[in-house]
Design a protein around this ligand. Structure first.
Ligand SMILES: Cc1ncc(COP(=O)(O)O)c(C=O)c1O
Length: 481
């Protein structure tokens, strides 16, 4: 493995990391928050390293300008006009972008592979989605891309749409043609916004996809914490200001941000940005090598199919991602996950037919081999008759919007038995997790396909979240519909 440069050198280029290290080295007796006062004697090391942004990494009055400096460097590296480091995850970034771009009553074109955070951003603003579904790979049952002509058709039917929102890459590492989508959106005079939560490293190696702004999008959000060596909750939000107002972006970001940001989380995102800038290509080259190594080993396992081996060649894929179909082994992804968790190797996503690990620049050959060994061992323990693939309802849901998500969210609701709920309008959001894609959203007609798909996911062992009744025996529906 190639050795990274000295982490301490990163501070020269990362003002938040520099402030964090200075604070940790100084003999400070703080009379501000947080109440743990940097002392570990009451609750122990769980608070070790927790430094606030204001009154820690920088002064309360931000006299060092450390955050502004870090935001400027972020925007510059991604070629954006505006950039902010968030400590609220891509959840906060998605809400920021809906608040910045849309107004109450707007329609927007949105991929149904969206994360619930984007949908709840629509509830906040009062936007009605016009859904476009992804194509699904017939061999693995996994989503591939949103065809451009589906968006074109949606725009022809909804010419007043305010924006196009896509999620790129999908949870399984496939991408749409973002440049073509940007051209279509721009031809209609509207921005293309991309939730790139899973692709923080895009654009930093020639064998990886370009990032969304390079491909022509107007704004993107990415979770630094998902794939970069940064603290949980850290995210990066960036935009070009040709089609999106800079002041609205700031107001939208601040509207849903905590007023007590963790300086530690922000400093780790700044450090990750500086690391990508300094060592990104080298580290990502190594990542691609170890993922290829895992791929070579997994290909030899009878019954295992890798998405990027079978997907239509014209679909863009993230080569740093592995999406493993196990239906041909007779083992289930969820059964494999149980073995892996018991062996101390938790994985990001498992459902009936699929296992998707996160392999990052912090992995090496040894850790990846441990993952592959664990998968192979679990498959061999569970091996049985091969099954045909059953695409998850998360990728195939066909939503019927009756009223806006906001109207349904605030409407009086009643609880009815599942059978009686079919045909009614959902008051709640219900999503198998992972991936957290709503199968039912507030304002949508509850169909028997959606209820059966959710029950199937539950029967397979996937957790279904956010429903008031997690057994799905009852659903909450809008009272007067
Ligand atoms: C596509 C997508 N967008 C946004 C999010 C939310 O990200 P975060 O957990 O950083 O808030 C997720 C989380 O899994 C996601 O998968």
């Amino acid at each position: 493995m190639t050795e990274p440069g000295d982490p301490n050198d990163l501070r020269k280029d990362a003002s938040l990391l520099d402030g964090w290290l200075d604070f940790r080295a100084a003999d400070v007796v703080s009379f501000g928050t947080p109440g743990h006062k940097q002392r570990l004697d009451l609750v122990g090391s769980v608070v070790d390293g927790d430094v606030p942004l204001y009154g820690g990494v920088d002064t309360i009055r931000q006299q060092a300008g450390a955050m502004a400096n870090a935001d400027r460097k972020l925007a510059r590296l991604w070629g954006a006009d505006w950039g902010r480091i968030s400590v609220g995850g891509s959840t906060h970034g998605n809400q920021t972008l809906v608040l910045a771009v849309c107004r109450p009553g707007d329609e927007v074109i949105v991929t149904r592979t969206l994360h619930r955070s984007l949908l709840l951003g629509m509830v906040l603003v009062g936007v009605t989605p016009v859904w476009v579904g992804p194509e699904v790979d017939p061999v693995t049952g996994l989503p591939t891309r949103v065809p451009v002509d589906r968006v074109e058709r949606a725009l022809a039917e909804h010419p007043a749409a305010r924006a196009v929102f896509l999620v790129e890459p999908t949870y399984v590492g496939t991408l749409s043609d973002i440049a073509a989508h940007a051209a279509v959106a721009h031809a209609h005079g509207i921005p293309l916004i991309v939730d790139q939560a899973w692709g923080a490293y895009f654009g930093f190696h020639p064998d990886l996809p370009r990032h969304s702004l390079q491909a022509g999008a107007d704004a993107m959000v990415t979770s630094a914490h998902k794939t970069l060596p940064a603290y949980t909750q850290s995210a990066l939000v960036m935009a070009r200001t040709e089609r999106i107002d800079r002041d609205r972006l700031d107001r939208a970001f601040d509207a849903t941000a905590t007023t007590s940001p963790s300086g530690t989380i922000a400093a780790s995102a700044d450090a990750a940005r500086a690391l990508l800038e300094r060592d990104g290509e080298r580290l990502l080259g190594n990542l691609l090598r170890i993922v290829d190594h895992a791929r070579d080993r997994l290909r030899k396992v009878s019954g295992v199919v890798l998405l990027d081996d079978v997907v239509d060649r014209s679909v863009i894929v993230d080569r740093a991602k592995l999406a493993i179909n196990v239906s041909g082994t007779g083992a289930t992804g969820l059964g494999i996950e149980d073995h892996m968790v018991a062996a101390g190797i938790p994985i990001e996503l498992a459902d009936r037919d699929t296992v998707v690990p996160v392999i990052s620049i912090n992995d090496d050959l040894a850790s990846v081999d441990r993952f592959v060994d664990g998968v192979i061992e679990a498959i061999e323990r569970e091996r049985s008759t091969p099954r045909s693939v059953l695409p998850s309802i998360s990728w195939t849901v066909d939503p019927q919007v009756v009223i806006s998500p906001r109207e349904a969210f605030f409407a009086p609701h009643v609880t009815v038995a599942a059978d009686a709920a079919i045909g009614r309008v959902s008051a709640e959001l219900v999503a198998p997790y992972p991936p957290g894609i709503p199968v039912l959203a507030p304002g949508e007609r509850i169909t028997s396909e959606a209820v059966e798909g959710l029950r199937q996911a539950m029967a397979d062992g996937t957790q279904v979240r956010y429903a008031a009744d997690r057994t799905l025996a009852t659903f909450q529906v809008v009272a007067d519909r």
